[in-house]
Structures are given as C-alpha cells and as structure tokens.
Design a protein around this ligand. Structure first.
Ligand code: DX5
Ligand code: ZN
Length: 226
C-alpha cells in the first residue's frame, strides 16, 4: 500500500491559515488532517465545521477529518465533503457507532474508525464492512505536542495483523500523535500506512515545510527496523 502523509492543520499558523494551507499544498502532502473537538470527548476545543467547509472550498487536498466529539452523527451534515474525503469517528463516541459510520458512508464519504490508546483492536471486527480506514491514536487525543504512548508499536502491529486476518489488508492504518520521522519509520514497518504530521515533523519553527515533508518521506524509505 502506498504510504501517505496527512498534515495536521491545528499545528499550522492559525493567524495565517491561508498562507499555511498554500505552504502545506506546496509541500506535496496527500491529505489535510483537521481535528475537531468538543471539550467533552476530549478536554480541548480546536477547529470547527465552518472552517472545514471554507478549507474544502479553497483546496483540492483531500480532507481527513478527525472527530473527537461525542455523538458525531449530530454534525455529519454540517460538512460539505465528498468521496475523496475521510471522516473518522471514535469507537466510544456513540453507543450506536454503527449508525454513525453508516451515515458517513451513505453520504458518499469515506469512514474511519478511531481507536484511543486503550481501545482494543477487536472493535474493528464488527464494523469492518463500514470502514475505509482505522485510525490508531498514538497519544491520548486532544492536544498536539504530546509524547507517544509506550504501547503504540504493539497496537499498530496488532491492528495490522487483525485486519489482515479478517482478509482486509486493503484497509489502511493511520497513526496520529507524535509522528516524528523516527516514530513514523518504526510504525511504518509495524504496518501503518497514513501518517499524521504535526509538531513532531512538519510544523517545525524556522524549518521549511517542503523540506520537512521530503525528509519524512525519505525516512520512511530508508529506515530498516528489526
Ligand atoms: C492529537 C491530534 C493530532 C496532533 C498531532 O489529538 O489529533 O492531529 O495534531 O500532532 P503532534 O505531532 O504534535 O502530536
Ligand atoms: Zn487528529
């Protein structure tokens, strides 16, 4: 599977968002990761639906929406997305998460199921027909700039094996949180396909974003981890 990188918009210069998006596009990333929080599912509030729609109108980069909100079904219609975009919802965010995933798919958008560090990978099994991606959180969600939790590597291996055993090697695994080039390399070998790049790799003060993206891609190719 082709390895993709997704730029985390919450880590961009929020006072110069348009310029940042231009810079992100110029750096050749594959996806634009937009974190949406409600202050309840996670203890923070970041970007919102009007911004998602404004960004969608502005850029051709496919959007990778990460909903860290309770009962995300309430908000699916607030976003004007299409078949190129992905909306990920957390397993614990609704007691009827199947209904939410189905609603996303019915709108013709790709659906992702997001797993917190403690969420067992077997929750993917029953939802397998309703997902286009598994989002493995490598930090507890809510904030940029955190340290990866120590079980992230085994979690990624387990998720990859679990999906493969279900005959779904085609479902990509996205990893999100503290994805530095070094962590990204290891997680790539362990089965991750899509890498959310935030403060650990793409948004480094004083460093050219294009160069950071190129370095991350090069690191994925060169690293040999056993
Ligand atoms: C964490 C967010 C991430 C974050 C990743 O809750 O979902 O998208 O921006 O960035 P860093 O590299 O700062 O962990
Ligand atoms: Zn995220």
């Amino acid at each position: 599977m082709k390895k993709l990188i997704s730029a985390s918009l919450m880590c961009a210069d929020l006072m110069n968002l348009q310029t940042s998006i231009d810079e992100i596009a110029d750096s050749g990333v594959d996806l634009l990761h937009i974190d949406i929080m409600d202050g309840s599912f996670v203890p923070n509030i970041t970007l919102g639906f009007d911004l998602v729609n404004a960004v969608k109108n502005y850029t051709d980069i496919p959007l990778d929406i990460h909903m860290m909100v309770n009962e995300p079904l309430r908000f699916i219609d607030r976003m004007n997305l299409d078949k190129n975009d992905i909306v990920s919802v957390h397993y614990e965010s609704d007691i009827h998460i199947h209904r939410t995933l189905e609603a996303i798919k019915n709108k013709g958008i790709k659906a992702g199921l997001a797993l917190n560090p403690q969420t067992p990978v077997n929750c993917l099994e029953c939802m397998i027909d309703y997902i286009d991606m598994a989002l493995i959180m490598t930090v507890s969600p809510g904030f940029a700039g955190q340290k990866m939790f120590s079980g992230a590597h085994i979690k990624t291996v387990s998720a990859r094996q679990f999906l493969n055993n279900l005959g779904r090697a085609d479902i990509p695994i996205e990893v999100d949180g503290n994805i530095s080039p070094e962590n990204g390399c290891k997680l790539s070998v362990y089965g991750a396909d899509i890498f959310v790049l935030g403060t650990s790799s793409l948004f480094i003060k004083g460093k050219d974003m294009k160069q950071s993206a190129a370095e991350f891609r090069a690191a994925l190719k060169e690293f040999r981890y056993v």
